[in-house]
Design a protein around this ligand. Structure first.
Ligand code: S3P
Length: 429
């Protein structure tokens, strides 16, 4: 059987790439971005910024963004197409909201079913004029205004996208914005603000709750940004190496941000042999190497309180659980219903088709170990156009010697165009 061996550098982080482009567009001058993830989602953000009047060019492997300063977006002459990208839509709705321009945001079928009112409710309180389709969805029309009222927001849902959108809006408003997260989420926006020397105050309210205070309008001086590599993309190969006998891999340049690598603690608790070594800090993010050796895994209980930190990793953690001894229970996954697909359904229906004992009870997923499943005939895996489902089952497929037929592998380019290439680099017969 094939095994995973060797060492590679993973592609740039998706969350950081979106933010690097948007912050660069708000700087007063040229920013060089290196290791930008050139995936479909990130390219949506890049293209929309050009429609908003930002000059962006590629030079060698880097991107040069000529920022117009906060409040520097110009009136676009067409609808802004976000494709499949929730991050593009939410972050940019926030960023344009404090510019005196009118914008229409549109997306593909999946994105047009994902909720936007979780963000617009705060922007409307500030005075923004917004029209949503069926009160929650794209297409969305917004009339931006630099005179929105900066205020205090208490975020009801744990969402890094909503927090970041309100920060991008605040950077061009006169006065103080305060954002209180009742559950902490990924903090790349704050890390980039520190790196770009944007003044803000961050305070821990409790262990799991934080407040952020900032005052605009803000002049951001340009500073080049080097994007750390994506731990969520690394997660696929990490689980691959854990479940495939005789594997041993090292993944380099990975962002070791605490809000993103909670899945490694989960896998270690399951018995995974994983070593992390910090090597340096780039553009405000710690990065390092992750070494993984094949391991016998045990089932685990994951509480609902961990879900904001594991949100993108549940599909691949489910693949790990399918190969573990004992029961895995993952609780409080309601947010998975609002991702690129209803991930509770796409995880459980595909695992069940292969023959695993898997149940979804309300918002929990329970996976029971089965004696090693033998797949005799081909099983069709339905990705629902969801990149993380396609990659998770591609990893499981390594164990089943391509008996799983993945219906739409092309969606992988949404977050990781080099996935196949990197997998081939690590694969040894
Ligand atoms: C992201 C935040 C998360 C995550 C998404 C990227 C971000 O979404 O699932 O892939 O870059 O801020 P939510 O904010 O909806 O949890």
């Amino acid at each position: 059987m094939l095994k995973l061996k060797g060492s590679i550098k993973i592609s740039g982080d998706k969350s950081i790439s979106h933010r690097a482009l948007i912050f660069a567009s708000l700087c007063t001058g040229r920013v060089k971005i290196s290791n930008l993830l050139e995936s479909d989602d990130v390219m949506r953000t890049l293209k929309i910024l050009t429609k908003l009047g930002i000059k962006i060019v590629k030079r060698d492997k880097n991107w040069l963004v000529f920022g117009n300063g906060t409040g520097g977006y110009i009136q676009p002459n067409q609808a802004l197409q976000c494709g499949n990208s929730g991050t593009t839509s939410r972050l940019l709705i926030g960023a344009v909201s404090s510019n005196p321009i009118k914008c229409t945001f549109i997306g593909d079928d999946s994105l047009s079913k994902r909720p936007m009112s979780r963000l617009t409710l705060y922007l409307e309180k500030m005075g923004a004029k917004i029209e949503l389709t069926k009160k929650d969805y794209l297409p969305l029309h917004i009339s931006g205004d630099m005179n929105l009222i900066p205020m205090e927001h208490i975020l009801q849902k744990a969402s890094a996208q909503v927090k970041s959108a309100l920060i991008f809006s605040a950077l061009n408003l006169r006065g103080k914005t305060k954002i209180i997260e009742t559950k902490n989420t990924r903090d790349h926006t704050e890390k980039l603000m520190e790196y770009l020397k944007i003044k803000f105050k961050k305070e821990m309210i409790t262990k799991n709750s934080t407040s952020i205070e900032l005052s605009g309008p803000y002049e951001i001086k340009p500073r080049d940004i080097n994007v750390a590599s994506d731990p969520s993309s690394a997660a696929f190969f990490i689980v691959g190496a854990l479940i495939i006998p005789k594997s041993n891999i090292t993944l380099k340049n990975i962002a070791l941000n605490k809000t993103r690598i909670a899945f490694i603690d989960v896998l270690k608790k399951m018995g995974g042999k994983i070593k992390i070594k910090k090597t340096k800090t780039i553009s405000g993010e710690d990065v390092g190497e992750i070494n993984v050796t094949h391991s016998l895994l045990n089932g685990i209980k994951i509480n609902a309180s961990s879900s904001p930190y594991l949100i993108d990793e549940y599909p691949i953690l489910s693949v790990a659980a399918s190969q573990a001894k004992g029961i895995t229970i993952m609780r409080g996954l309601s947010e998975l219903r609002h991702k690129e697909s209803d991930r509770i359904k796409s995880i459980t229906s595909n695992l069940a088709k292969i023959g695993f004992h898997v149940i979804s009870k309300k918002d929990d997923i329970i996976i029971k170990s089965t004696k090693k499943i033998k797949v005799k005939n081909r099983v069709k895996i339905k990705t629902y156009g969801d990149h993380r489902i396609a990659m998770s089952f591609s990893i499981l497929n390594l164990l089943y010697e391509n008996k799983l037929i993945i219906d739409n592998e092309s969606c992988i380019s949404i977050s990781y165009p080099d996935f196949r290439k990197h997998l081939e680099m690590l694969s040894i017969l």
